[in-house]
Design a protein around this ligand. Structure first.
Ligand SMILES: NC(=O)c1ccc[n+]([C@@H]2O[C@H](COP(=O)([O-])OP(=O)(O)OC[C@H]3O[C@@H](n4cnc5c(N)ncnc54)[C@H](OP(=O)(O)O)[C@@H]3O)[C@@H](O)[C@H]2O)c1
Length: 375
């Protein structure tokens, strides 16, 4: 029998500390799990939010911990019951270590070897490099939860043969990683998509499949989008970023159809929360803004008969949406280039030692790009 590989991780050893590269245990896969040798990982806002405010918002995580949700690499070990994968397969996977239900450093991506759930993993075609594949998992999962879960927008599932539904979805924040996936998924499910973006990215958002794009900073943005929806049947709205849920509620109020806003973003200034002196004090300072958001959302939605729901991008692991996306839809769609890995990877270097720089860069804000590190 071959000796077990040695593993190394970028550890979060204490709250708010910079990541430290140190040895980590190699963990064998359990039932329906795989071990992946990671070749590229991507950074999400979630990673620096946990680093900066984890002790306050993610209290189940005990330090030292490993962060990271996105990975692409090669299968090195297959657990009992896994039939879709074999050693050597090239894959992407949504790593779930920081999720409350998994709560396991071995299952996060900022290390050489990660244990992943087979049903949250997709094979990738030879034409797709690891650096591109790794931009997908968390954003793809989050978009899929919002669009397809029965407790969210409950849209028809995507497929190669989806018939046009005659309905139109609003994606507020089309250039975000989540938005880039939501547009593609909704179009693949037979919906027309109207999206927002900054004007320099109108072409990008249209290339992903949006029929019309509006400037989310324009003072006439809400009116313009409502006008674009005249004569169309709304499939619902996916609100991404800041206080977009309030804006989307105003738009949905002016449209005919499914009056539902699925929300990705909790309107907290996480940058301030994670960088200020004490997280609890910073949170209290933001409380008036949060209360005002809650009250506004109540008046703009409930009193107008509009339903709203917050998305947690890991919930699909426990329902059929994970199979729909990671098994049924994505592998073939990537192989046939009906689905693209978007946004573009911004590869900032190689090695676990570069991940801290990646977190710092993503915290400063990215524009239609995703920070990626090769391993
Ligand atoms: N609930 C969950 O489970 C979950 C999971 C993942 C992400 N999220 C949240 O979803 C949001 C997007 O995350 P992401 O990783 O997709 O972000 P991202 O890729 O880092 O988003 C960057 C993009 O945001 C756009 N943007 C900036 N301000 C905006 C605004 N006010 N309205 C709409 N778009 C704006 C910019 O577009 P332009 O360049 O066109 O200006 C930029 O391209 C974040 O709030 C994140 O915390 C939630």
């Amino acid at each position: 029998m071959n000796p077990q590989p040695t593993n190394t991780a970028a550890w979060l050893v204490a709250k708010r500390a910079n990541l430290e590269v140190k040895p980590a245990p190699y963990t064998a896969p359990g039932e329906n799990e795989l071990v992946i040798k990671n070749h590229a990982v991507a950074i999400n806002p979630l990673d620096w939010v946990i680093q900066g405010a984890g002790s306050f918002l993610f209290s189940w995580m005990k330090m030292p911990f490993v962060l990271g949700s996105d990975l692409a690499g090669e299968v090195v070990e297959v657990g009992a019951g896994v039939t879709r994968f074999k050693v050597g397969d090239r894959v992407l996977a949504h790593a779930l270590g920081t999720d409350k239900k998994r709560n396991s450093p071995a299952e996060s991506s900022f290390q050489q070897y990660t244990v992943v759930l087979a049903h949250m993993t997709s094979p990738i075609p030879d034409s797709l490099v690891y650096e591109s594949a790794t931009v997908l998992p968390l954003a793809l999962s989050t978009a899929a939860c919002g669009l397809f879960q029965k407790d969210q927008l409950a849209l028809n599932y995507p497929s190669a043969t989806a018939a046009p539904t005659g309905k139109t979805l609003l994606v507020w924040g089309g250039t975000t990683s989540v938005g880039s996936n939501a547009i593609q998924l909704a179009v693949a499910a037979g919906y027309e998509v109207i999206a927002t973006a900054s004007p320099r990215h109108f072409g990008y958002v249209k290339q992903l499949g949006a029929s019309q794009v509006f400037d989310y900073n324009s003072p006439t943005g809400v009116r313009d989008v409502i006008k674009a929806f005249q004569g169309k049947t709304l499939a619902g709205a996916l609100a991404i970023g800041g206080t977009s849920a309030l804006t989307c509620a105003d738009i949905v109020h002016g449209c005919q159809g499914h009056k539902f806003v699925s929300m990705t973003t909790f309107p907290v200034d996480f940058q301030r929360l994670s960088q200020g002196k004490r997280v609890g004090v910073q949170f209290l300072r933001q409380l008036p803004r949060l209360i005002s958001f809650g009250v506004s959302l109540f008046f703009k939605s409930r009193l107008r008969g509009i339903r709203t729901s917050s998305i947690f991008g890991t919930t699909l692991m426990d329902n059929e949406v994970s199979r729909v996306i990671y098994t049924d839809f994505l592998p073939q769609a990537l192989a046939e280039q009906r689905y693209v890995a978007a946004p573009t990877p911004a590869v900032i270097g190689q090695g676990l030692g570069r991940i801290q720089a990646g977190l710092d860069m993503q915290r400063e804000g990215m524009s239609a790009q995703k920070v990626v590190i090769t391993l």
